[in-house]
Design a protein around this ligand. Structure first.
Ligand SMILES: Cc1ncc(C[n+]2csc(CCOP(=O)(O)OP(=O)(O)O)c2C)c(N)n1
Ligand SMILES: [Mg+2]
Length: 379
């Protein structure tokens, strides 16, 4: 039996998951899974408050991005609404030396890496190609091709081993993010095979948000996703992805196992995409509102707020201050997005190859000439 069979709290999917904070804000001190691993967190009051601040901030920045898209300022946006705990819990579990490979939705992880949230907006506004130095930020580029980043992460993790940068408590671990739909991709399954047989220092972090655009989970699998790991020879565990405490505990343990030479883990963070797949999607065409309502009751932010209130760790003025600070950050982000300069059209040819190529140079020259043909024509 895979890890994650232990059950705590209420409203649990069949097969169970690790939960340390119920939807009502009741804390569970620790959960021991079938393999004898015990999960718990040991946060100070200040750390609990900071987690709350993270959750609220990433949701607020996300809502600003949705608004910017609706106002025509972004070409598209993939909202993280509902998945804040999965992203903040796993993002805060990373140690500084760890490397993350995101999809296109991991704005919360990006934020937890200490990266300026404006970084991916050039891509979504169409003013740059979404490139940044993955090594500088320990955060790879956003990846649109579903599942491909899991193979990139696998190759990177094998390199980490070859370079001798892992295998001890202060070693490097890798985390690869992907969705429930991505688990049906060949690349993801190849990544599992390679990482398994090479015992690579990698954590596969699947945010099961129940949908791949309009395709529900039952079109991807007949077994809980975390159980797939068994077939590849490494542990799988399911965590309540709307519980920031459990997500942190499970991810931290899996990353530390990986860096200590114990190989990969598949984490299935059981969550829900509260919004549309992207701003190009209308989810009312394929899911019913009662389902969305039932997930509202499991909201990741309100359960932490309930806990902080009950435990007297935070009061109303703290929550108001967090909202105000998040608002300020969102308005600052908006101003800076609107001020992003339009690129020269010819910049399209930059960064295709690190050292250029004769073909791209020829295309750039032809395009430059074409553009020049409009000069003086009034077009
Ligand atoms: C290889 C490939 N096939 C199809 C698509 C189109 N596509 C974009 S997102 C998506 C669904 C992904 O679902 P999931 O993996 O569950 O991630 P989520 O968007 O729910 O976070 C698809 C099919 C793509 N980007 N890449
Ligand atoms: Mg999905």
């Amino acid at each position: 039996m895979a890890k994650g069979e232990s059950v705590a709290g209420t409203d649990i999917p069949p097969g169970g998951f690790v939960q340390l904070l119920t939807p009502d804000g009741e804390r569970i001190d620790s959960v021991t899974t079938a393999d004898g691993t015990t999960y718990s967190v040991d946060f100070t009051d200040e750390e609990f408050r900071e987690l709350y601040r993270d959750l609220v901030t990433v949701r607020r920045l996300d809502s600003e991005a949705v608004a910017l898209q609706r106002q025509g300022e972004l070409g598209i946006w993939a909202s993280l609404l509902g998945q804040e705990a999965a992203q903040v819990g796993s993002g805060r579990a990373l140690r500084p030396q760890d490397m993350a490979f995101p999809t296109y939705r991991e704005h919360g992880v990006l934020y937890c890496r200490g990266i300026d949230p404006i970084m991916p907006f050039g891509l979504f506004r169409g003013v740059d190609q979404g490139g940044w130095d993955a090594n500088e930020f320990k955060f790879n580029q956003y990846t649109i091709v579903i599942g491909s980043q899991t193979l990139h992460a696998t190759g990177y993790a094998m390199g980490v081993t070859m370079d001798g940068r892992t295998g001890s408590a202060d070693g490097e671990a890798v985390i690869a993010y992907f969705g429930d739909g991505a688990t049906s991709q060949g690349e993801v399954n190849e990544a599992f095979v390679w990482s398994g047989v090479f015992n690579s220092p990698i954590v596969f972090f699947c945010q099961n948000n129940q949908y791949a655009i309009s395709e529900p989970l039952e079109r991807q699998t007949r077994v809980p996703l975390y159980q797939r790991a068994g077939g590849y020879g490494f542990p799988g565990i399911r965590v309540d992805g709307n519980d920031v405490l459990a997500t942190y505990a499970v991810t931290r343990a899996a990353l530390d196992n990986a860096r200590n030479g114990q190989g990969p883990t598949l984490i299935e963070a059981y969550t829900y995409r509260m919004g549309a797949h992207t701003s190009s999607d209308d989810p009312t065409r394929y899911r019913i509102s009662s389902e969305v309502e039932s997930w509202k009751a499991k909201d990741p932010i309100s359960r932490l707020r309930a806990f902080l209130t009950k435990q007297k760790i935070a009061k109303k003025d703290f929550f108001a201050q967090v909202d105000e600070d998040a608002n300020r950050k969102a308005l600052d982000l908006r101003e800076r997005v609107l001020a992003m300069p339009d690129p020269e059209p010819v910049a399209l040819f930059d960064h295709v190859y690190p050292h250029g190529s004769p073909e791209v140079d020829a295309q750039r020259a032809a395009f430059t000439e074409y553009q020049a043909s409009f000069e003086g024509s009034g077009h």
